[in-house]
Design a protein around this ligand. Structure first.
Ligand code: SF4
Length: 70
């Protein structure tokens, strides 16, 4: 899961260039992230942001599992 803080972003577009599968796009002065795009290397995209406006948080699917009592 990628988290984007628009207030920090300086619109350098490095993340747009880094996205190889169209997961990050720039339209009308705004950056859009297609979080459903699982082909992108989101950890890598987050790591290249020069101002840390992007944060990558690994999904923890185990938290969603319901506990079943014996
Ligand atoms: S790399 Fe970071 S600062 Fe540059 S456009 Fe993307 S989110 Fe904004």
């Amino acid at each position: 899961m990628i988290h984007y803080d628009e207030k920090i972003c300086v619109k350098c577009l490095a993340c747009v260039s880094e996205a190889e599968f169209g997961g990050v796009t720039y339209k009308r002065g705004q950056i859009f992230f297609d979080k459903t795009n699982l082909s992108e290397d989101w950890a890598n995209i987050a790591s290249i942001c020069p101002v840390a406006a992007l944060k990558y948080v690994k999904e923890d699917f185990s938290a969603h599992k319901s506990k079943i009592s014996p």
